[in-house]
Design a protein around this ligand. Sequence first.
Ligand code: AHG
Ligand code: MN
Ligand code: MN
Length: 339
Amino acid sequence: MARPTLSRYLVEEHRCAGCVPADLNFLIKIVARACLHISVAIGKGGLGDVLGEAGSDNVQGEAQKKLDVLSNEILLEANEWGGYLAAMASEEMELPHLVPNRFPKGKYLLTFDPLDGSSNIDVNVSIGTIFSVLKCPDNADLSTPEAARQAFLQPGTAQVAAGYALYGPTTLLVLSVGRGVAMFTLDREHGQFLLTQENVQIPVQTKEFAINMSNQRFWEAPVQRYVSEMLAGKEGPLGKDYNMRWVASMVSDVHRIMTRGGIFMYPMDEKVRTQGGKLRLMYEANPMAFLVEQAGGAATTGRQRILDIAPQDLHQRVPVILGSREEVERVTGYHQGAA
Ligand code: AHG
Ligand code: MN
Ligand code: MN
């Protein structure tokens, strides 16, 4: 039997579980279409005008790459006319983008990290797009972009869908509409995503960890303890040898964990303490935590379940520890013990 397309998967989810309303179904297909376009743009590499610096900074003071800006534009343009969204928010924009008045407004909000892993763009290492869908509150004030910020400040538990596209040797779309996680592979000849794995489950245990070791001297005691125990290997208290991987594209590191297990940490450290952490809650930590939990894993800050955080700001940063449940629980326990 031919593999189901993303469209068919969504229609069947709508029919049998009723958990994908028709308008959410269309919204997700438009996001997937935008990811396909981003994938094509990335694929041009040095043959197109897509590599290098954009010459501007984003709201977080980070230098934007041309592909950060282009991916943001592709997502905005693809999504603003469909009639399913009220507003969008992105890593690359200080304020939400309201759906222009010439288009009908819908009942959802979309947040995204248009291009994750920017430091890997110019060296041809896997990068991605992360997105999250929320319902727009009925009484939301969408009169100005400033006012619209408030509508987005919902905890991760309120997400109705989340996903990421991974632009690697193959382009993948990994999606959850709240009933497990499904993976789709881009069929480049036909320009469509085909279902390649359903009911993704992250192994409960792992021997693989992902952390930027160059930050070691800045970590807090619980992470110092945990990493030193892993490095001690078989002879240490954890009784097994661990391996380490760090791609520095969150999408790629999380995808490895979705596929074969592992633990990913961008914990609180002295370098990022004043800004609350490194990774952004609304368009990095929350969608990834949603996917990881839907696949049987866990995601915390070390002190709190990520999906329970009540956001204070659109661009809020948080510490992130996610992946195989037993390991996330262990290091979260070390934080509790330290408290
Ligand atoms: P972005 O490219 O969207 O700004 O995100 C980069 C993030 C994340 O993808 C990755 O895990 C982390 O930054 C890498 O940080 P280091 O460069 O400190 O390793
Ligand atoms: Mn990112
Ligand atoms: Mn980004």
